[in-house]
Design a protein around this ligand. Structure first.
Ligand SMILES: *[C@@H]1O[C@H](CO)[C@@H](O)[C@H](O)[C@H]1NC(C)=O
Ligand SMILES: *[C@@H]1O[C@H](CO)[C@@H](O)[C@H](O)[C@H]1NC(C)=O
Ligand SMILES: *[C@@H]1O[C@H](CO)[C@@H](O)[C@H](O)[C@H]1NC(C)=O
Ligand SMILES: *[C@@H]1O[C@H](CO)[C@@H](O)[C@H](O)[C@H]1NC(C)=O
Ligand SMILES: *[C@@H]1O[C@H](CO)[C@@H](O)[C@H](O)[C@H]1NC(C)=O
Ligand SMILES: *[C@@H]1O[C@H](CO)[C@@H](O)[C@H](O)[C@H]1NC(C)=O
Ligand SMILES: *[C@@H]1O[C@H](CO)[C@@H](O)[C@H](O)[C@H]1NC(C)=O
Ligand SMILES: *[C@@H]1O[C@H](CO)[C@@H](O)[C@H](O)[C@H]1NC(C)=O
Ligand SMILES: *[C@@H]1O[C@H](CO)[C@@H](O)[C@H](O)[C@H]1NC(C)=O
Ligand SMILES: *[C@@H]1O[C@H](CO)[C@@H](O)[C@H](O)[C@H]1NC(C)=O
Length: 777
């Protein structure tokens, strides 16, 4: 309604204004009625768009362009003579008698721009209400097929609803978005958004010829790398819909609006960001709905941040860092190990040389779900083959590294296969991705190496002599048995720690059943389990990014098992078998502190006495780790979800020593990969990657303030401490208003002296400079 009224007001205003210069409101250009640079304009019938001469901000150059008419800020969406401006106000746009559009200057003596020549009899050029400027034969029907020329075929930096991005494969013509050189210069700049037609066509952003962001292939619903398009799919309030057309003669993407009153545009901004804007009538303003690359997301900011055969753990979209323990963002695919843990851009290599080991009938595929598909520019796609057929094709050809469905809309169908290393791969949390099936060699996938050796040996011997089989197999079996016996002894001798068999763990957790999953820590999922004697355990299945060898791993586990304190969760044993690395802990029936602290109902169970007890317990554990244990241990990821509560609500820290397991070095070092969780990370760690016991002290301070306030410290550390809980508490403290920060669920039974000293300690611990923070003594 507002829109309707304002359109009328605009049309009226425009009518009275232009009647002064041109005498009539028009949307047409004919050979006898050119458009001069005298304030005149073509205005589309309903007043949505105008075509006129204009000067960009901070420039006196004149360009002929199309811009919004009804919207107050007249954003330019198309420019004709973007390469060659008219210097004076002597420009003129005309349609010649044969239907060519020309822009001239100096009283029609110099042509600065012209359209292709369609050769019409009685040409007319019209500005349509969708923003398309078309040339056609006068009197012909208003449909696409009758346009001899249209501005929609020559996009500049903006994609309007109905405008197509992509390739006409018959003519080889590419339609892409090219940014302006700057806000005051519409000449084509370096940033281009378009479809790359190699392999399975993908959306890309280029800087000159260098790609800097990959939107991935179209998966039937959206671009694989733009999961937030889902928020605008059918049923969404904004009413944006997307179309993708692919056949042997064309590949095109476009979008449309279900509700024509809603205005949206996609623009390749001169800053290098592809942005989607929405016009909000109530605010009379453009709102930025989304942009790519997501410079705030380490997984999206650069191409392939984790290198080949690795994936980036992306918590894109929902700008709630607290929801996501941002631990190492990179992880190798199953069966791969990092080439260089200090430089992930080098990616991961297979644990087994593929060619030599491929072809085993036991090979299979690892299902990586919720993924952004890896680069498809060198992959092959068949839109009709079924996923089952695809699997067989891929399995039977050793050069096939992975496959995935090419269309997940409706019935899953079609197939993409890769024969190269997989790059720029992501796994989403909280946003929709798709399943990628990565080839898994039998030798790497949990069956033991020895098992395969037996198969191979037996198979070859079979060809020679049946009798020999029995002898050989028997011999191998005996060898195996002897060796296993020897291994067991060696383990129990120097481990001092129960080593569980994988089968025991599998029984205890009902084969890692999803029903038994307690959560997903930074280092892998945790399952509840029950041993034969009914003892409850927590099983942590470490993710595979550790580059450590088996012996190194065992050594670390033994060290950690030696750390014993009543405020540390007890490690009961481990399991290293079939590619698995598993830690077994005592089970903590009350779960983690965050589940109580940040839950309105449960937080009332934490009165001040309990909270104080928890703070003191955590402090004791840290003191032990930092100073009193045999080796100085820095936790590095202390947070509410890593504090577990036993049946009497006593706190016990979990996940200590994990940094040792994953890095094998615990001195003050500089690490390029940031471990830890936003909100708890100290500034020096978040910014420079340096950590020390003082980084743990910072996390402890945050935790103390959270326990007192019952609120989460959200967000990344800001050096101006104002945007988060810490800043808020500091301000209240300064204003002598500390009572306001105390969690209401604590109830009345508070010892003010204890409380005030805890707040003071908390604030001392979160000081910006590590040197100013106290130690745990
Ligand atoms: C262009 O035409 C205008 C009048 O239409 C005239 O005043 C001006 O002098 C002409 N300029 C040139 C360069 O011929
Ligand atoms: C149409 O006219 C323009 C300018 O008058 C000329 O350059 C072009 O060659 C003509 N095109 C055709 C197809 O005749
Ligand atoms: C973008 O389109 C223009 C015009 O068709 C073409 O010259 C250019 O090569 C295209 N750029 C890319 C990266 O496809
Ligand atoms: C380019 O991006 C900036 C910052 O988001 C924005 O202010 C500007 O309007 C954008 N330009 C266009 C043409 O949309
Ligand atoms: C594009 O390339 C230029 C020159 O190499 C560089 O300065 C600029 O930062 C690049 N922009 C992006 C978005 O990568
Ligand atoms: C792959 O995993 C996803 C999610 O767990 C599941 O929906 C899908 O069915 C799996 N695919 C196969 C072939 O098992
Ligand atoms: C796709 O697969 C089908 C069924 O296997 C086959 O008939 C067809 O030729 C394939 N198309 C291409 C382009 O390979
Ligand atoms: C990949 O897919 C194409 C098209 O379906 C097929 O011709 C080819 O055999 C497949 N290659 C592998 C290695 O699976
Ligand atoms: C395996 O696939 C590759 C690539 O698709 C192809 O060149 C090769 O001929 C295939 N090999 C066999 C044995 O089918
Ligand atoms: C994907 O599948 C849907 C439903 O089966 C179909 O309508 C659509 O045309 C397919 N898309 C492509 C690109 O094949």
């Amino acid at each position: 309604m507002t829109n309707f009224v304002s359109s009328i007001v605009f049309v009226l205003a425009a009518t009275s204004f232009f009647s002064l210069s041109t005498g009539e409101l028009r949307d047409k250009l004919t050979p006898t009625q050119p458009l001069a640079d005298d304030g005149g304009a073509l205005i589309s019938a309903a007043g949505n768009f105008e075509l006129t001469f204009f000067s960009p901000a901070d420039s006196s150059n004149r360009y002929i362009g199309i811009r919004y008419h009804a919207n107050s800020d007249h954003v330019v969406v198309w420019v004709a003579n973007r390469q060659r401006p008219v210097i004076s106000r002597s420009g003129r746009l005309s349609v010649t008698t044969n239907g060519t559009l020309i822009v001239t200057e100096d009283n029609s003596t110099v042509v600065v721009w012209s359209s292709s020549s369609p050769a019409l009899k009685i040409p007319v050029a019209r500005l349509l209400d969708n923003g398309n400027f078309v040339v056609m034969e006068a009197g012909s029907s208003d449909e696409r097929s009758s346009y001899a020329w249209q501005s929609f075929d020559f996009p500049t930096d903006t994609l309007l609803p109905g405008m197509m991005l992509g390739w006409d494969l018959d003519t080889g013509v590419s339609r892409n978005l090219t940014a302006w050189r700057s806000a005051s210069n519409p000449a084509p700049g370096d940033y281009v958004a378009g479809l790359d037609r190699q392999g399975d066509p993908q959306l890309f952003l280029w800087n000159g010829t260098r790609p800097y962001w990959r939107g991935g292939p179209w998966n039937g619903l959206r671009f694989s790398g733009v999961p937030d398009m889902a928020a605008m799919e059918p049923g969404n309030d904004l009413g944006v819909y997307y179309e993708f057309l692919i056949d042997p003669s064309q590949v095109f993407y476009w979008f449309g609006m279900r509700n024509p009153l809603i205005i949206s545009r996609l623009v390749m901004n001169h800053s290098g960001l592809l942005q989607r804007f929405l016009w909000i009538h109530e605010k009379s303003n453009w709102v930025l709905l989304g942009h790519r690359p997501k410079v705030e997301d380490p997984c999206d900011k650069v191409l392939s941040p984790c290198g080949q055969n690795a994936f980036c753990k992306c918590d894109a979209g929902h700008a709630e860092p607290e929801a996501s323990p941002v631990v190492d963002i990179c992880e190798c695919l199953q069966g791969f190990h990092p080439k260089d843990t200090k430089d992930w851009t080098r990616g991961c290599a297979r644990e087994t040389t593929m060619l030599k080991e491929c072809g085993n009938r036991a090979d299979g595929f690892f299902n990586l779900s919720n993924a952004k598909l890896p680069d498809t520019s060198r992959s092959t796609v068949n839109w009709t083959v079924s996923l089952e057929q695809c699997k067989d094709l891929c399995l039977n050809n050793c050069s096939c590294t992975a496959y995935a469905s090419s269309n997940i809309s409706g019935v899953v169908s079609g197939c993409i296969n890769w024969t190269t290393d997989l790059t720029d791969l992501m796994v989403y949390t909280g946003e929709p991705g798709q399943d990628l099936y990565v080839r898994q060699l039998a030798v790497d996938s949990g069956h033991s190496h020895r098992g395969n050796l037996v198969t191979v040996i037996v198979a070859s011997v079979l060809a020679i002599c049946i009798v020999a089989i029995a002898v050989t197999a028997c011999w191998i079996w005996r060898m195996k048995k002897r060796r296993r016996h020897f291994d067991d002894k060696a383990e129990s001798k120097d481990l001092d720690l129960p080593v569980f068999h994988l089968s025991t763990i599998i029984d205890a957790t009902v084969n890692f059943s999803i029903d038994n999953k307690l959560g997903e820590g930074g280092f892998g999922p945790v399952y509840k389990g029950k041993l034969g004697n009914d003892q409850e355990i927590a099983v942590k299945r470490l993710s595979k990014s550790s580059s450590q060898g088996v012996d190194e791993f065992k050594n670390e586990v033994i060290l950690i098992a030696k750390l014993q304190h009543r405020n540390l969760v007890r490690l009961l044993g481990c399991c290293v078998q079939g590619g698995e690395r598993i830690l077994v802990y005592e089970y903590m029936p009350n779960g983690s502190l965050d589940a109580f602290l940040f839950n309105e109902a449960k937080s009332t169970m934490l009165d001040w006495q309990r909270r104080y007890n928890i703070i003191v317990g955590i402090a004791r554990a840290l003191l032990y780790l930092h100073h009193d244990s045999r080796f100085k241990i820095i936790h590095r990821d202390l947070k509410a979800s890593n504090v577990l509560l036993d049946k009497d609500m006593n706190p016990k820290i979990s996940d200590f020593g994990m940094a040792r397991i994953f890095r094998g070095d615990d001195s003050e070092v500089n690490t390029r990969r940031i471990v830890g969780t936003y909100g708890y990370m100290s500034p020096e760690y978040a910014m420079d990657g340096t950590f020390s016991i003082k980084s743990d002290v910072f996390s402890f301070g945050v935790l103390v303030l959270e326990i007192i306030s019952g609120k989460r410290n959200r967000g990344v550390y800001q050096s101006a401490l104002h945007l988060n809980l810490l800043g808020h508490i500091w301000n209240l403290w300064q204003a002598d208003n500390a009572s306001e920060l105390i969690d209401k669920s604590i109830g009345p039974s508070v010892s003010t002296a204890e409380l005030m000293s805890c707040i003071k300690i908390g604030l001392l611990c979160v000081q910006e400079r590590p040197g100013d923070r106290p130690t745990m003594h």
